[in-house]
Design a binder for this molecule. Structure first.
Ligand SMILES: Nc1ncnc2c1ncn2[C@@H]1O[C@H](COP(=O)(O)OP(=O)(O)OP(=O)(O)O)[C@@H](O)[C@H]1O
Ligand SMILES: [Mg+2]
Length: 282
């Protein structure tokens, strides 16, 4: 993949936390393709959050290289500020991200720091409140929100900055089914504006239905990547990594088994693909 088609790349990156003896990520190599919906899956502690923090310069690798559009990251304050305007990170825990007193103030905080004109700030904040179903909570004190509401505000905080690459750490955690659906609609809007998205999640059904490209991480490195179909077809490897499989894959396998058991013709690859596509559109 040439730099033209990749936004951010990691080459043999290693990072060890200050008080730890073992690297949290090592030999970490991946290329995030432009304009794609990408997902990272992997069991607890495999290094997903560490990868995100390396990606927006919060941590600096001990070994290896991280490049933005083919150029190595610089770690001086000015370069990091520029990087963070392009790479937006939504934290796993919303409590670590929210800074202001009310929802509206929190969403405008980053825009005010960019020194944008007041009229543009007001317009972007209103649109974001609308996109995230937060209009009726605009004046609510952050401290009074539920965890799911805080999560929604923390995603809105970053999306309002219109980053080129959006990193979302466990975005659907704490969201109820309606909010997961709303979130997916919003992601489609963000993606259609040209934003590349990389999200880490344990929600394999979401990944199967949403992602164009899936990275599978284990013990601090990428061990498998591909389209959701390719990745989830490696069911033995996926099971060995302790990840389970999406419900749709289990259901389609059960249907094939049942057809074979009853000496009926199993569904063709084309029919399976059509069923997947229909379910994706639900
Ligand atoms: N602040 C820290 N200090 C020391 N070790 C840490 C710290 N944060 C994470 N680690 C360790 O680094 C490794 C990777 O953790 P990380 O949080 O990146 O995993 P993760 O894939 O995001 O897990 P989860 O799915 O639970 O969110 C783990 O072994 C973890 O114990
Ligand atoms: Mg994590």
């Amino acid at each position: 993949m040439s730099p033209e088609f990749e936004l951010l790349s990691f080459k043999n990156v290693e990072y060890t936390y200050p008080c730890s003896q073992h690297p949290a990520v090592q030999n970490l190599t991946l290329r995030i393709p432009k304009h794609q919906r990408c997902a990272i899956i992997g069991r607890n502690g495999c290094g997903k959050t560490t990868l995100f923090r390396l990606a927006n310069g919060l941590y600096r690798p001990k070994r290896g290289r991280i490049e933005w559009q083919g150029k190595p990251l610089n770690y001086d304050r000015k370069s990091l500020n520029q990087l963070r305007q392009k790479v937006g990170l939504v934290f796993q825990n919303p409590e670590q991200q929210l800074v202001a007193t009310t929802v509206e103030e929190d969403i405008s905080y980053g825009l005010c720091n960019l020194g944008l004109p007041e009229s543009e700030i007001a317009q972007r904040v209103q649109q974001t409140l609308l996109d995230f179903d937060l209009l009726n909570l605009a004046d609510a004190p952050i401290n009074y929100l539920s965890l799911g509401q805080k999560k929604r505000v923390s995603i809105a905080d970053v999306m309002v900055l219109q980053p080129q690459l959006l990193l979302l750490d466990e975005p659907t955690a704490y969201l109820d089914p309606k909010q997961v659906q709303n979130f997916r609609t919003t992601l489609e809007k963000v993606h259609s504006r040209g934003t590349t998205i990389l999200l880490a999640t344990h929600n394999l059904d979401f990944v199967e239905a949403w992602a164009d490209w899936v990275f599978v991480m284990d013990s601090g490195e990428i061990v498998l990547e591909g389209t959701p179909e390719t990745v989830f077809n490696q069911s033995q490897q996926i099971q060995e990594l302790g990840l389970g499989v999406p419900l749709i894959v289990t259901a389609l396998n059960a249907i094939q088994d049942e057809l074979t058991l009853n000496q009926l013709t199993p569904l063709s690859a084309e029919q399976l693909q059509k069923i997947r596509q229909r379910i994706r559109q639900l």
